[in-house]
Design a protein around this ligand. Structure first.
Ligand SMILES: Nc1ncnc2c1ncn2[C@@H]1O[C@H](COP(=O)(O)OP(=O)(O)OP(=O)(O)O)[C@@H](O)[C@H]1O
Ligand SMILES: O=C(O)C1=C[C@@H](O)[C@@H](O)[C@H](O)C1
Ligand SMILES: [Mg+2]
Length: 198
């Protein structure tokens, strides 16, 4: 349990205020919670939230699966690199990346140039439980999506380990509680996040 009060629980407490000094890119497997937890972290910090998948979708006016089907994965990866570079340069933020983004060295280098990468490290079982009922991940449209997810996991974990920071995803923790865990981790890096009312 975090020893730090992160949110207002009664009328007497004031919400904590933070200074985000660098962009935090959330990386990790599909279903780890980069989007959901990233949004909650940004709300708690009062920092902008950006999501590379959502930006690519908005620019194309198509969903991620539609882009994969129409233009193919290499096209998507090019857009992903462009979008991440643009978002990093635009403003200091919490940036949720797509699950494959951190695999490309160019994206890792760009993230390092502007901020830090935080890996949301989730077990395969948890990931499968999160993604199994949704058809929004084109890479899992295979005859055996569970085996595909396991293969992606095996291949990708060594690269996610290159992230500056990592937080384990506990299946018992809500999105809000995970966001607190992420903030606790960021506070271990005063060059990234500072608490102003400590
Ligand atoms: N701590 C949590 N507790 C309960 N549900 C969660 C938690 N974290 C994420 N979820 C849910 O799991 C699903 C996957 O989360 P999310 O879309 O944030 O993953 P992601 O890492 O952004 O995946 P992708 O790489 O495909 O974008 C969502 O339905 C989300 O609401
Ligand atoms: O893990 C991946 O490679 C992906 C994850 C999603 O966030 C999307 O970026 C897309 O479905 C690819
Ligand atoms: Mg996401």
């Amino acid at each position: 349990m975090s020893g730090i009060k992160h949110s207002m629980t009664n009328g007497e407490e004031t919400p904590p205020r933070y200074r985000l000094k660098k962009t935090v890119a959330l990386v990790g497997m599909m279903g780890a919670g980069k989007t959901a937890v990233g949004r909650a972290v940004s709300a708690k910090l009062g920092a902008p939230f950006l999501d590379s998948d959502a930006e690519i979708e908005a620019a194309a006016n198509l969903s991620v699966p539609e882009i994969f089907t129409r233009d193919g994965e290499p096209f998507f990866r090019k857009r992903e690199t462009e979008v991440i570079a643009r978002l990093l340069a635009e403003e200091r933020c919490i940036l949720s990346t797509g699950g494959g983004a951190f695999l490309a060295e160019v994206n890792r280098d760009n993230i390092a140039a502007y901020g830090v990468a935080l890996w949301l490290d989730a077990d395969l079982d948890l990931l499968w439980n999160r993604v199994r009922y949704k058809d929004s991940r084109p890479l899992l449209r295979t005859a055996d999506p569970k085996a595909t997810l396991a293969a992606l996991y095996r291949d990708r974990v060594p690269l996610y380990r290159l992230a500056d920071l990592s937080v384990r995803c506990d299946p018992r923790l809500s999105i809000d509680a995970m966001a607190n865990r992420v903030i606790d981790k960021l506070l271990t890096r005063p060059d990234v996040l500072e608490r102003l009312d400590a």
